[in-house]
Design a protein around this ligand. Structure first.
Ligand SMILES: Cc1ncc(COP(=O)(O)O)c(C=O)c1O
Length: 493
């Protein structure tokens, strides 16, 4: 065997020259620190030039290239054309900006490279600590369970799988035919579409996701919910789950979670809360009342990468009844059996709590970030974002030709430029063009939504780098661009 010529050419992916890669690594870290430190001086967003787009159509590389050259390509074609969510004037969708230590934590986690599903190794303990801290943040009992996931969408799906399987213990084996009838889920018409996907994935079918109308503050109408449940029961359908919003994606509205918890209890429904970002102010005493009821939920989905500013990606689900959680996902297999000692001992596998058997060490960046800043600093930053939203809404209210399109209950401001004398359709076109110009000119990156058919420039503030002056810049630029477009008959400049 030893003379086998193939074995004489054993290879590895580790560098032949460790020192050269070490030098390059140090340069990368220096460059990234400059990049983060100077973010305010750059445009929020830059359109990707044609040659860069073309660059990503190259064919599969068969031959090796030097890391230095690959890094040059990165600095030329990748780094400049990023999404912009680390910038102080990025307020699109609901996206956090990450932190420098979060970046380093991801590097450390990638260096350790554990697969954090099973086994007696420290990443399992770190993730369990992060889950325990999450329980403390939201008032969940010690006996509840949880898992870190890629984000709110998968956290919602994971919770709803547990809810469905808890409804009838035979569903895992027999599928939904184990249920003698049609399951129905209730949530407000403002709920994020990932919930619709979840209801489809769990086999209930989105025709049986009742989108309950909202009041003038975009909160679920409890009277309508009660009526819908009664009518469905009368038709022989099976209400099994109510989903409340702690912060709707459009406007940040918070449903009456306490009342939803009571209705769920009365109707023997699972109570799930989508708190992707809006559950986070549970950390603030002044939100005690508005967010009351979260701690009563059977399950809660929330994200660390949104309003806790942790680097992408990391979300979390907590499930009150640990057995309901593990009964939904645990499997036994000879190759996964726990041992008394050795590597296969250790904490309960995370594969008992979700779909994944391969999962990274997301927990490290959460653990390091929470320790670096402490909850008190997060409380100040979350409050800062809420106050910035109030500041922006006042700027909008005080400015001529501006209109606020929804209450500002949390951190989302929806407004439009309205110079008067335009139809709703023309206003929609004008505001869409204003938004595209704000982004193309690299000034600011709000996003958009439609509220009762009206196109809104939507500013979702989950940004620890924003300052009050950034919102003044936004309003000034909206006014300037709006006026220019209006005078040019709102065609694009
Ligand atoms: C209220 C709400 N729920 C769920 C999601 C989906 O979360 P993720 O993008 O982390 O999957 C979002 C995303 O913005 C959201 O705002």
């Amino acid at each position: 065997m030893k003379n086998d010529p193939v074995l004489l050419q054993e290879e590895t992916l580790d560098p032949a020259d460790w020192n050269a890669l070490r030098t390059l690594g140090h340069k990368m870290i220096d460059d990234m620190f400059d990049y983060l430190q100077q973010v305010r001086q750059r445009p929020v967003w830059k359109a990707i030039p044609a040659d860069t787009k073309q660059h990503f159509k190259n064919s599969l590389p068969y031959l090796p290239q030097q890391p230095e050259n690959i890094y040059q390509e990165f600095t030329k074609h990748i780094l400049p054309y990023t999404k912009g969510n680390i910038h102080p004037r990025f307020w699109s969708w609901v996206e956090g900006g990450g932190t420098p230590l979060g970046m380093l934590a991801d590097m450390l986690a990638a260096g350790m490279n554990p697969n954090n599903a099973i086994g007696d190794h420290v990443a399992m303990y770190v993730e369990n600590q992060v889950i325990d801290w999450s329980k403390q943040m939201f008032g969940f009992p010690d006996s509840s369970t949880g898992i870190l996931l890629s984000g709110g969408s998968i956290a919602n799906i994971t919770a709803l799988i547990a809810a469905r399987n808890q409804y009838n213990k035979n569903i895992r084996a027999k599928g939904l035919q184990a249920v003698n009838g049609q399951l129905v889920v209730y949530t407000s018409s403002e709920t994020h579409t990932c919930v619709k996907k979840a209801i489809e994935v769990i086999g209930v079918g989105s025709d049986y996701l009742r989108l309950v109308p909202v009041d003038e503050h975009y909160r679920i109408r409890l009277d309508a919910l009660r009526d819908m449940i009664a009518s469905d029961k009368q038709s022989g359908l099976l209400p099994f789950c109510i989903i409340g919003n702690a912060g709707t994606v459009n406007t940040g509205a918070i449903d009456d979670l306490d009342e939803l918890a009571s209705i769920s209890k009365k109707e023997a429904c699972w109570f799930h809360v989508d708190g992707a970002f809006g559950a986070i102010p549970k950390l603030l005493p002044e939100f005690e009342q508005q967010l009351a009821g979260i701690e009563k939920a059977d399950s809660l989905a929330f994200d660390f990468h949104k309003w806790l500013y942790v680097n992408y990606e990391v979300g979390c689900v907590l499930i009150r009844d640990g057995d309901a959680h593990r009964n939904a996902f645990s499997v036994s297999a000879n190759y996964l059996l726990s041992h008394e000692k050795g590597l296969a001992a250790g904490p309960e596998p995370f594969s008992n709590f979700g779909m994944e058997l391969s999962r990274g060490f997301k927990a490290l960046k959460v653990w390091m970030s929470l320790k670096e800043h402490g909850i008190e600093k997060y409380q100040r930053l979350i409050r800062q974002n809420i106050q910035q939203a109030q500041f922006l809404s006042k700027l909008v209210e005080q400015a001529d030709n501006f209109e606020l399109l929804a209450d500002v209950s949390l951190n989302i401001v929806c407004y439009r430029y309205n110079p008067g004398n335009l139809s709703e359709e023309e206003l929609n076109t004008l505001n869409k063009n204003i938004l595209m110009q704000l982004q193309e000119q690299g000034i600011a990156a709000p996003s958009y939504t439609l509220l009762q058919g009206r196109y809104a420039i939507r500013v979702a503030i989950t940004n620890h780098r924003s300052r009050l002056e950034d919102f003044e810049i936004l309003i000034d630029a909206t006014r300037r661009i709006g006026k220019e477009l209006y005078e040019k008959n709102y065609s694009l400049v």
